[in-house]
Design a protein around this ligand. Sequence first.
Ligand SMILES: *Cc1c(COP(=O)(O)O)cnc(C)c1O
Length: 821
Amino acid sequence: MKKMADFDKESFKTEVKNNVKILYRRDIEEATPQMIYQAVAYSVKDDIIDRWIETHKEYKKQNAKKVYYLSMEFLIGRLLGNNILSLGYYPQIKEALEEMGFDMDFIEDQERDPALGNGGLGRLAACFLDSLSTLGYPAYGCGIRYRYGMFKQKIKDGYQYEVPDDWLINGYPFEVKRAEYAVEVKFGGYVRVEQKEGRNHFIQEGYSAIRAVPYDLPVVGYGNNVVNTLRIWDAEASQEFNLESFDKGEYSKAVEQANLARTLVEVLYPNDNHISGKELRLKQQYFFISASVQSAILKFKETNDDIHNLPEKVVFQLNDTHPTVCVAELMRILMDEEGLDWDEAWDITTHSCAYTNHTIMSEALEKWPIELFSRLLPRVYQIVEEINRRFVLKIQELYPGNQDKIKSMAILYDGQVKMAHLAIAGSFSVNGVAKLHTEILKKRELKDFYEMRPEQFNNKTNGITQRRFLAHGNPLLAKWLNENIGEGWITDLSQISKVKVLVDDPKYQQEFMNIKYQNKLRLAKYIKENNGIDVDPDSIFDVQIKRLHEYKRQLLNILHVMHLYSELKENPDMDMYPRTFIFGAKAAAGYKRAKLTIKLINAVADVINNDASIEGKIKVVFIEDYRVSNAEIIVAAADVSEQISTASREASGTGNMKFMLNGAPTLGTMDGANVEIVEEVGAENAFIFGLSADEVMKYEREGGYNPWDIYNSNQNVRRVLTQLINGMYSPDDPERFRDLYDALTKEDIYFILKDFDSYAEAQRRVDAAYRDTSAWARMAMMNTACAGKFSSDRTIEEYVKDIWHLKKIKVDLPKKNTKTK
Ligand SMILES: *Cc1c(COP(=O)(O)O)cnc(C)c1O
């Protein structure tokens, strides 16, 4: 690794100036901030490239086993800052830029977030890549280069508007187009069977072909010279739109292919935990899977000559069911292109694929109509049929005459392809993402599969990278940690437990809370600039940032704010510690109730923030366009972490871990990874409320509960419900929030009213606890100190040990690679 001392500031400055000239034909004095950012990024990329090349030489030399992390989403966040951090000369570049008259934060702000994901699932994939590189494990991330990523959210008049995110508009400096590795992906047509040498050969004809062209992004390991690759695929028209095909009467086919290429990778579907069921989505899935599997096999063959050894060198990890077509595509390649018979191909496939389940919610379970699936992927569908036929035979052998088992486990049923069932049938490992979630999979959702093959199931509790969410996002706390417990935590988060010896010392308590205060000032400035709202940094910053979804219950949070406000209006002398409720959330474009909830939050904010009579005791802020880059700022400034999902619904959550690491106690339900957070930090250092997962699931088995029982018996609930429909927050249209009222009073399937009292009581505990400055500081510090388990480094080590079986590699840089130009 380039030692800090090796960094030559003057040659860096010269390089930046040169890059501005080369890229833009301008002197640096004439350059825009965007140009400076690009010039700096190219200079950093220059250093990355050497490490990238060396890493891949090493892989080849070792013939190393690699994991291919297949994911429709990689929510990587901005790369400039983290890449510099990983290279080890963040302070030096910051200083060099200052000497040139530029502010590092301002330059970093010029980078658009590559928003190639929706939320937690995509962010997890990004944290995993960071950990894989830092730990030195050979890995590829494989995904899609969406032309427009997650939409940008604009709030106008309290409503969400979706604006296309043209993240490539200025060019993305860290990507490298690898046209030489393009492959072809075929859609549609029909399958012709040919007898040759006593074997059936299956040939797809009359198809549309798309050229899949990879763009590689470097994933820079921290301080170890390892650079893995995130390979995202772009689509191009397969053949030149030429006169020849026009003459052959294939003009319309050529147009069709050009159009498909244009639309294929155009957008990321903005649904989180919900299927769109759109044909184009299935095309996207097959497109990036076929390209990724083809390229993995080509790479394998560079250093191996027996395809039977594939499982020793390659493992495909399926991030949710979105990449599940991998199972059938690998079968197709092994049989149709490598000439293996079914049993050989199945043996290889089922020793190469592993599946991660991310949700138990039925609306998120992927099913494709057989009609659509077979029309789009005729050969792959034949293979799925055969997988299903054999799988059903196995079920019948185990459970003779049991039709229910077939109904609950078959891959093809009721005219649909059930992707989770295909993923389980074709994988050697099935994992959940937190202990509670995995137990629910085994006991309920996937019970039949678990009973058939218990050894297939395992848990891998999610994690987050401390490099982004502490070292980069919270530089003040990072510095404090370095000074007091050393730098070991950056690559070994278990060492953060050393903070425990400081938690009772008033000096350290004060330092810790002063850092929190500085971070609150930074966020207050961001809010002032972006929302025009003044918030009080001495108030409690109570934060809920995550996708807007009914199960995450932002509605519970805002109903409680309405309740507090009513209490305060009735009793102006009420003893209440000033609180700033901060929200950030995107709603899927078509998710009406979620969008209405955003409007409600903003309507409540409007009323409360403009009521001088409450003397600023409550403020409500909805931060526009929640994304990775502002998450880093918000998390560092939080006093309270709202993780209030209906128990059993949040598979893990990772936002909860970011807050804990940054010293914000969890106000939450016993759901997902909250359970393990409480296990680590102790119940006395969290604010837990609400129904347990078992209680929720018991109510559900009984057909729900009756919300009117709560309505009738609970004045506070009745009051806020009435405010939803009496125009208090919508004087121009009292009916505006009727749908929310109806959802709560008719079924309340997310148990919001049921949990309301318990939540309000937990909020009172927060209010009381915050007043004891020293006790609160201790609690905040304990959260940081106990966050060691939640590093994605720990998660990755578990994947490696139990599923992937990779070997760490070392990369040494040849001497010449220092910036001494
Ligand atoms: C961490 C993260 C998420 C996931 O948050 P949850 O609270 O676990 O749902 C979503 N979006 C962004 C931008 C994140 O950084």
